[in-house]
Design a protein around this ligand. Structure first.
Ligand SMILES: [Zn+2]
Ligand SMILES: [Zn+2]
Length: 362
């Protein structure tokens, strides 16, 4: 790796620039080099560079260390992960009206969830997908979902410990079970203590000397996990993420379970958000003379008035009879469109009556 560039130089700002000036300069550069907007590989690298500079310079404490001791001052005290996650709020501010996700999505796409960028993230289980179709009635009432997810579960023989029966993991002598080792460095007039994962036990604090034969020490076997949760009333088609219920791996966090919901079309109703649309066929007579009719809603039929002289496709609203708003109070409305049914097969008597009626308009 080549020598690290000066953070002020990277952003094109000076030590005396205000926090706002640094923010607006970072925003300008981020817009230019954001990997969603700029597909060249150098752009991604550069985006990392300016983002790291901003992470440090937007944090008054880290900026002070940097101003005093340079890169060594910050690196001696903070891991890359600390640097980025400590500035999470500052990044979210910049990206809030950026047209893309916040901190997590941006840095996950950049550095990858699998790691490879310092200690930014560890190995993580895969995300799992479960697809479910629901009816409009389910959307109206909410639905309990019971699913069986095939994934790695705790081994039955060792209950997830990975140790052969009757044995226990041994405490790592190198870190005395802490999983971490402290490294002290002198920097100028200060002493910095860095905490690093123990390399002997991979940060676990212990290791297995006699692995369980059923799972070969991983503590996991293939199995089925039963999950039960509620799809809230008002839910729409889309992906819903259940954190940590995806694939699990021996050392590291589980992936997420993604519930892909598809709301099936309804025979009579159309849906737009929390509003329901219904076409009511009415006769030319009822459209002309007016009438009170009943129309179906998601619950019981409701009375609705056709005004005298109703024109084709007139829309009438039944307030509060739509779907519940998801996660909020109240309901949408039901809109009824009057579709005028022009008769196509008239008998002789009906034709005569209509002709007579027609003459009265002449
Ligand atoms: Zn086992
Ligand atoms: Zn250790």
């Amino acid at each position: 790796m080549s020598a690290k560039r000066d953070y002020y130089e990277v952003l094109g700002v000076t030590k005396s620039d205000s926090a706002d000036a640094i923010k607006s300069q970072y925003r300008k550069l981020a817009l230019k080099f954001h990997p969603d907007r700029n597909k060249s590989p150098e752009a991604a690298e550069h985006f990392k560079e300016i983002s790291e500079a901003y992470a440090v310079l937007s944090d008054s404490e880290k900026k002070k260390l940097y101003d005093q001791y340079g890169h060594a001052g910050v690196e001696g005290r903070y891991s890359t992960e600390d640097i980025f996650s400590g500035a999470r709020g500052n990044f979210d501010e910049v990206f809030s009206n950026f047209g893309s996700g916040g901190f997590d999505s941006i840095f996950e796409s950049l550095f990858g969830r699998g790691g490879g960028f310092g200690g930014f993230s560890r190995q993580r289980g895969q995300d799992l997908l479960h697809e479910v179709s629901v009816s409009l009635d389910d959307v109206f009432r909410g639905k309990k979902l019971d699913i069986d997810v095939k994934k790695n579960i705790d081994c039955n023989d060792c209950h997830g410990s990975g140790c052969a029966p009757g044995t226990k993991p041994e405490t790592c002598p190198s870190c005395r079970g802490q999983g971490q080792v402290r490294v002290t460095r002198n920097m100028g007039f200060s002493t910095f203590v860095t905490v690093q994962p123990c390399s002997k036990c991979n940060g676990e604090g212990s290791f297995i000397s006699k692995p369980c034969s059923a799972c070969k020490g991983s503590g996991k076997t293939r199995g089925t996990k039963h999950l039960s949760f509620d799809l809230p009333a008002g839910i729409d088609s889309g992906d819903y993420v259940i954190n940590g219920e995806g694939e699990s791996i021996p050392h590291g966090p589980s992936g997420d379970l993604i519930i892909r919901v598809r709301v099936m079309p309804h025979q009579h109703f159309k849906r737009d958000g929390a509003d329901i649309f219904y076409d009511a066929k009415i006769s030319i007579v009822d459209a002309s003379l007016g009438k009170t009719i009943e129309v179906p809603t998601l619950e019981k039929p409701e009375k609705i008035k056709i005004e005298e002289g109703t024109q084709p496709n007139t829309i009438s609203k039944i307030k509060g009879k739509g779907l519940p708003h998801m996660g909020a109070r109240g309901r949408g409305d039901q809109y009824v469109r009057f579709v005028i049914d022009i008769p196509t097969k008239l008998n002789k008597q009906q034709k005569e009556l209509l002709e007579k009626l027609g003459q009265t308009f002449d």
